[in-house]
Design a protein around this ligand. Structure first.
Ligand code: SAM
Length: 275
């Protein structure tokens, strides 16, 4: 059967085989009655059967054609399950999640090689989500919970922290998968906030400020910001002074509130330039 073919390393296929961990993930996902659930990368279905039992509607996105076809066959009599044979990095997630007014519960044991990119995509649809329960490589999970001024603190920490309360549920060791990965994993719960944690002005500007601040980790903030597109409209030294931020600091020392202050100032300048 296709679902038992050798796992593909290129698709990050480390399948969960530990029933205790599977049960704990399902419990952490806390799926409400009739809830809409998205599973990214259902693989051989370790979580999928449990999700199908609970969800009012289940959307599966699987890039491995053989596994997607297998899921289609498995769930052919269940109208509540939809299988997308596709790449989660390419499908129009916003459109997929918009076809119901319900908010979605996302559950995934993410392929490690694309987990950061998937996190960015999920950040962009935060307003369509009720909850996410994601398994990530522990190192990536640690980054999301990192405080400023440490090497793990980065773009994902700041952007996801703006819209989600993130809680570590539990650590999963390599022996719970087949084949076993080389590193530990962590299950995290992401609870979307109804309001952003800080007023950032224009969010596109915010993303650009954060990305440029982290673009060269060894350089000072003022040097990083200088290369950003928005500096066409803003003098960097004046911007930093207006926000009482020392430009000799490194981007990774800034708190979310400091990034938000920079972003509000840049937003004002960009809007004024557009008038
Ligand atoms: N959920 C299953 C489990 O827990 O055993 C499988 C998890 S495995 C770590 C990751 C799954 O994501 C695999 O089934 C893989 O084929 C799928 N996958 C990899 N890249 C993908 C992509 N870009 N879009 C959708 N699915 C992908």
């Amino acid at each position: 059967m296709s679902a038992t073919r050798r796992p593909l390393k290129s698709l990050g296929q480390n399948f969960l085989v530990d029933q205790n961990i599977i049960a704990r993930i399902i419990q952490a996902a806390d799926i409400g009655a009739d809830q809409a659930v998205l599973e990214i990368g259902p693989g051989r279905g370790a979580l999928t059967g449990h999700l199908a039992e609970r969800a009012g509607r289940l959307l599966l996105v699987e890039f491995d054609h053989a596994l997607a076809a297998w899921h289609r066959d498995q769930h052919k009599d269940n109208q509540r399950v939809t299988v997308i044979d596709g790449d989660v990095l390419k499908v129009d997630l916003d459109a997929l999640l918009s076809d119901t007014p319900q908010k979605w519960n996302v559950v995934a044991n993410l392929p490690y090689n694309i987990s950061t990119e998937v996190l960015f995509r999920l950040y962009h649809v935060h307003d369509k989500l009720a909850r996410m329960t994601l398994m990530l490589q522990k190192e990536v999970g640690d980054r999301l919970a990192a405080p400023p001024d440490c090497s793990e603190y980065g773009v994902t920490t700041v952007l996801l922290g703006l819209w989600f309360d993130i809680r570590r549920a539990f650590v999963v060791h390599p022996g719970s998968f087949h084949p076993s990965p080389k590193v530990d994993s962590v299950v995290l719960n992401f609870i979307p906030r109804s309001e952003a944690r800080a007023d950032v002005g224009d969010e596109e500007v915010f993303r650009s400020v954060v990305k440029s601040a982290f673009s060269m980790r060894r350089k000072t903030l003022v040097n990083c910001l200088k290369s950003a597109e928005f500096t066409k409209h803003v003098d960097c030294a004046a911007l930093l002074e207006a926000c009482s931020i020392d430009g000799r600091r490194r981007g990774e020392t800034l708190s979310l509130e400091e990034f938000a202050a920079l972003s509000r100032h840049v937003t004002k300048a960009v809007r004024a330039a557009a008038e």
